[in-house]
Design a protein around this ligand. Structure first.
Ligand code: RIB
Length: 307
């Protein structure tokens, strides 16, 4: 079972010709609402890929809340851990997407910030559980959830997005760390030269299986047994919002379902690429059948020895 403890947001998507610079006003004709939030996106991606997924988080009391819950349930995610915090708005994100599919995102946490690690039912955490977290809730609650899960024998996967410095004692509760280039730079304290070297630095510094996602250049995975370079599937990019979430959700689903690491990485890469082919974070998240059909196009992923 995959338990996602994370954010759920209303995404207000503004298509723009170019992303705004400091002090600039950019005009567009209309925005659209889509369900989003890194936690909920990852839960939906994992469920579509075939995992049994339970979501723990908080909605507010506002006109978006019902549709945000409905979208999770429609994807097959168990919403039994999704509470409501009276008097607060649901998490809301303003997502500007330019003509190349690049984005800028502002997130108002709202009710997400009321989610508590104790909201995860005790019997949802155990050796048969994978806990998947991001970094859009109150950090101390995410850290506590990771610690609780680890103490109960669960596997823990953390997409540290957005990135911020982490207290040293938290790392011993983390099995897999997933970050993009910018997030890795925050953790490592400077620009990345080489992706494999950066992922290895994350692995060695924090004692985790480190996965570095590289957008159109694929991903790198470094763990005690060596490393993998994961290619990207060539697609026409429309909107990259939520692509990292598809990668993380489908990778965690693969681990939870007992796939070989190479297969979990390949499925994640396919989902991440397909996610960029439509407007909105989740609009193009693939099913398990679509992922399987595209698997031959990615080619083999081979373990390279460390060093
Ligand atoms: O990763 C994309 C997500 O980030 C969006 O859905 C938005 O809600 C923000 O959480």
């Amino acid at each position: 079972m995959l338990v996602v403890f994370g954010s759920i947001n209303a995404d207000l998507i503004f298509p723009v010709p170019t992303l705004p610079q400091v002090g600039e006003t950019v005009l567009t004709s209309a925005y659209r609402f889509e369900p989003g939030g890194k936690g909920a996106n990852q839960a939906v991606a994992a469920a579509r890929a075939g995992a049994e997924v339970r979501f723990v988080g908080r909605l507010g009391e506002d006109p978006f809340a019902a549709e945000l819950r409905r979208s999770l349930v429609a994807a097959g995610v168990d919403d039994g851990g999704l509470g409501v915090t009276p008097g607060m708005p649901s998490g809301t994100a303003v997502v500007a997407v330019d003509a190349r599919g690049d984005n800028q995102i502002l997130v108002a946490g709202g009710a997400n910030l009321a989610a508590r690690a104790e909201d995860i039912p005790e019997d949802w955490l155990g050796p048969a559980t994978t806990l998947l977290c991001q970094n859009e809730l109150t950090p101390a609650e995410t850290h506590a959830a990771l610690a609780r899960a680890k103490a109960r024998g669960a596997r823990t996967v953390w997409n540290l997005a957005p990135a911020m410095p982490v207290p040293a004692e938290v790392w011993r509760h983390v099995d897999v760390l997933m970050v993009n280039r910018r997030e890795a730079e925050v953790l490592l304290g400077g620009p990345l030269a080489d992706a494999v070297a950066a992922a290895r630095a994350l692995h060695e510094r924090f004692g985790v299986h480190a996965i570095l996602t590289l957008g159109g250049e694929g991903a790198v995975s470094v763990h005690a047994g060596g490393h993998h370079r994961v290619p990207a599937l060539a697609v026409e990019v429309v909107d990259s919002t939520g692509a990292g979430d598809a990668f993380c959700g489908v990778f965690a689903a693969g681990l939870d379902l007992g796939l070989a690491l190479e297969d979990a990485l390949a499925e994640a890469a396919i989902a991440g690429a397909l996610a960029t082919t439509a407007v909105g974070a989740r609009s193009a998240y693939p099913t398990a059948a679509t992922i399987a059909a595209l698997r031959p196009r990615l080619g083999p992923i081979r373990r390279q020895p460390t060093g």
